[in-house]
Each structure stands twice: as structure tokens, then as C-alpha cells.
Design a protein around this ligand. Sequence first.
Ligand code: COS
Length: 383
Amino acid sequence: MIRDRETLDLLLQNIARFVRERLVPQEDSVAETDEIPDELVDEMKRMGLFGLSIPEEYGGLALTMEEEALAVLELCRTSPAFRSIIGTTVGIGSQGIVFDGTEEQKRRYLPGMATGEIIASFALTEPESGSDAASLRTTALRDGEHYVVNGTKRYITNAPHAGVFTLMARTNPADKSASGISAFIVDAKSPGISFGRRDKKMGQRGAHTCDVIFENCRVPAENLIGGKEGVGFKTAMKVLDKGRIHIAAVCVGVAERMLADALRYAMERKQFGQRIGDFQLVQALLADSKAEIYAARSMMIDAARRRDEGLPHTTEASCAKMFASEMCGRVADRAVQVFGGAGYMSEYGIERFYRDVRLFRIYEGTTQIQQILIARNMMRDAA
Ligand code: COS
């Protein structure tokens, strides 16, 4: 749903200019240093990018899902690590509070997230619990006015920068199912929290993940999201439903960028006395990519609109995330192919995208998890 086309277009133009003039020129240096310069993060804060999804009364831009998806798509016509710095605050780190938090929790945390002063991070995955999220072992045991948290969270995006974690932990260890899990807001500076070394990754340099270790970390009982135990898994699943549409938009944005680069190269590079883009076999690589991007974009927009209209969208979110992330991998592969030998060389940047986008098929639910979700929902709906 687009509320005001003119305002949205202004935002999209602003983001497009920022990407073109500020982010694209720094892609190489970010990949080299593994750091996003503070001044770029400050610019993102000033543009309101951390607050895209935060309601207006807490200082955010309160974009609808369709608007957020279009904004994110625009931001992703560059290295996806730039999106990652705002991604957890816009998405999985904050939305549990937006959906299920108490008024007091929203007032306390959301305004800082909207300005980017508080980076929010989502702590679900553990060493022994990835796709099987409901098997998580981190415990949060009530002790007077606190919960005492013990456990390790793994591959937590933005953990090294986080001000706050949305943490999923088991408040009822006797209940091994999803209903034993609760969600908390945890201040990253709480005593009892320590951080592992930054993970070395295949790509997305500039985006940081690490382990977060909780040892007798005392969390005030008032930080239990919604003040209710046993519903944290549902909060996490709702957050991921929305997150998957967001990731589909990320995939479309990066794919459009890679295809634009491949197209430019195909029109410049000459072999056998003509542009390689004039060869039909190269044209097939470009055309297949164009059609698949269009399909993914249409799915992403449709899923976003369903969400905005309050319709069920779990299946559509999974379809869009699955198709868009797989599409993005194929587009990356074809883009490298169009570049030929140059595609394998770092200086052209396309091999960096090829590595960066590999993550999309894995995080916020692997392709295989999306397949399970889609088929399960189909059978449930048919029964
Ligand atoms: N919205 C609201 N509630 C939901 C929900 C959703 N999208 N999905 C599940 N639930 C509810 C269910 O209705 C169920 O509640 P009841 O017991 O009251 O019926 C409860 O949550 C447990 O759901 P379910 O039985 O489906 O749990 P499973 O253990 O079978 O979940 C999947 C399996 C695969 C769906 C889940 O573990 C998952 O999404 N895994 C991937 C996790 C992931 O994406 N990790 C990425 C890391 S985070 S970046």
C-alpha cells in the first residue's frame, strides 16, 4: 500500500542519490576494510533510514510494507552490507517490540531505534538451534523482579554494534516446545553479556556477526515483551514473516544492480569484432535475468500488499523470499558469466556480489525451510 506517492518518490529519489553518490564509490574500500565509515552511518541516521518501520508516534517514518520494500530495494543497488547496518533495526530487531511490546516498552526503546541511536539486533539462532528454532536452549529463569539468562546465541547480525537485543529464551525449561519460549528486550551493556570474535564470512564485509554469550545475565522482568511468557516463538515467527518480504526486496535490489552492471559490460565489451551483447547466447543470460527479477519483484510487491491489507501472507512471504533469493543467486552467476574472465577478478566487483548474495538463500530461513513452510501451509489450508 502506498499512502502518498509524492512523499514516497521523494524518499526513493533521496535514497537513490545517496546510493549513487555516497555508497557505490565506497564499495571497494568497505570490502577491503570490513568497516562502514561512521560518516555514512550518520548520513543514514539523518535520512531517517533506521526508522523506516517504526510508527510515527515513536519518531519513525512508519512506512507500509510496500513502501518499506521499495525503499530497501533502492538501498540495495549497492553492496548489501550497507543495508545490513540498518537492516536489523528496521526489521527483525525492532519489530517484535512494535508488534507485541507494551506501550511502556515501545516508548522506552522505539524512539532511540528510529534515530539509529540504538541499534537493535535479533538473537534467536544458537549453536545447536538454527532451522529448528523452537529447539533453542538459552534459558531465562524468573528470580524475583528479574529473569536470569544463560546460553549462547550464534551468527547474530549487528551484535558488535547492538544497543539492544530482542532475545528469544526458554522461560519454562520443562516445556521443550515452542510454547516454553519467551521474548525479551535486553540491553547490550547488561552485566553477564559477552561477545565472541567477529565471524569471518564468505562475503558481506562491512556487515558484522558474532556470538553473544549470556552468563547469569539479569534482565528486568519488565523487559519481557508484552509482559507475557510463552509467546516469544510466535513473536519471532511474526517478525520473520515480515522480515522475509524485506529480504525479498533486498534480493531484487541487488539483482537489479548486478544486471545493470552486466548489461553495461555486454554493451561495451567487444569480441569477434562486435559487442558481446549482440550475441544471442549472451542475450539469453540478460533476458532470463530480467524476466526472473521481474517475477521476484512482482511476488515481493504482492506479498507486501497482502500484508498491508491485513490478509494472511506467511505463505506468500516465504514464496517471495525463496524465489527472490534463489533468483538472485542465478542472476549473480549469469552476471559473472557475462563478465567472463573479468567476472572472476576482484577489480570488477561482480565476484564480490556473487559471494555477498549467497547469504540470501540461508538467513531468515533457508530455502529448504521456506519449502517446508509453503507445503505445510498448503496442506493445512486444503485440509
Ligand atoms: N505467525 C504467528 N504464529 C506462528 C507463525 C507465524 N508465522 N508460525 C508459527 N506460529 C505459531 C504456531 O501457530 C504455533 O502455535 P500453537 O502451538 O499455538 O499452534 C507455534 O507458533 C509453533 O509453531 P510450529 O508448530 O509451526 O513450530 P515449528 O517448530 O514446527 O516451526 C519452523 C518450524 C520451520 C516454521 C520454524 O522453526 C522456523 O521458521 N525456522 C526457521 C528459523 C529461521 O528463519 N531462522 C533464521 C534465523 S533468524 S535471522
